[in-house]
Design a protein around this ligand. Sequence first.
Ligand SMILES: Nc1ncnc2c1ncn2[C@@H]1O[C@H](COP(=O)(O)OP(=O)(O)O)[C@@H](O)[C@H]1O
Ligand SMILES: [Mg+2]
Length: 352
Amino acid sequence: MKKKKATSSSINWVGVVSFFVLIAFIMQMAILCYDFITQKTSNLSLIAVLILIEIIILSTLCTLFDWVRRKIMVDRPTRKILQATEKIAEGDFSTRLEIKHEYGKYNEYDLIMENLNKMATELQKNEVLKTDFISNVSHEIKTPLAVIQNYATLLQDETLDIKTRKDYSKTLISASKRITDLITNILKLNKLENQEIKEKHEAFNLTEALSESVVEFETLIEKKNLELNCDFDDVTIFSSKSLLEIVWNNLISNAIKFTPSGGKIDISLKQIDKNVEIKVIDTGVGMTSETGSKIFEKFYQGDTSHASAGNGLGLALVKKVIDILGGEIAVSSEINKGSTFTILLKDVVYEL
Ligand SMILES: Nc1ncnc2c1ncn2[C@@H]1O[C@H](COP(=O)(O)OP(=O)(O)O)[C@@H](O)[C@H]1O
Ligand SMILES: [Mg+2]
């Protein structure tokens, strides 16, 4: 961030001029008084006493002037700043200070006030984010918890046949898995945001890593009767294998989730000079451009018909990882036609 300085125009010209006027006034007064005293008397000790009195009166005047100046120019803004910091310290982040001077004519006090205003704005923003986050997490936990409570109650019925019991316990398992997934994702995101996950960079075969991720989804793909095409260049890259796994898993699981049975998923990996480009293309439900602009936000879920699976944190995680690795992610999509997620990892190709 660019540092703003108190500009040269912030020199207090009124103060400077008043200072010189005051000095001139005191000197003039001193000369006048001296002339007056020496005209009136030739008694040296009387002259000394009168000059002393004159000095006392003039210095009292100076002190008085300086006191008034301080009151207006130092004490007033200091008090305002103090009151504001007290309010902010008590948690009132809506506190703002009114800056008297125009922008560009700021003095040091104006800059302190401006910085305090910025600080309060940031704190207020964080407060909103925190509250939103808590309400989102609570909402995401409440739904599967309600499912667990309902089905656990139903399971208490001793007359239930084995099949129904199995179905209910399956629902219980998937609801508790949702909570576990949510907490895992929150912790991962938190660690990434606090930069606690030190991306361990290593040279690894991306083609193999990507294939391994795809294989994990094979059963799901078959179950949904989706056609899967993979076109991978053989590439070794120097990057974080574990962080990138988060990306592949989320993009592939979304492609499966948002593509109806009978649809198609194409995954490609291309080497372009020292960069690699990965595309995950599906023929699924697609999304509007409005949805597309929000999908990387935490807890955002565009397609509510699939909201029961997932928590809207997947793409937030993906984006965070790509940002950390200095890559790019783009999405293009059309409603009912499908979506294409493109990842560009820059300068990662590792020459063997
Ligand atoms: N392949 C896709 N096709 C259509 N919409 C998608 C696709 N991937 C993501 N989205 C949209 O982005 C939203 C956010 O995705 P994500 O963060 O992974 O959350 P979740 O999968 O839990 O809904 C989804 O709810 C959906 O609306
Ligand atoms: Mg997802």
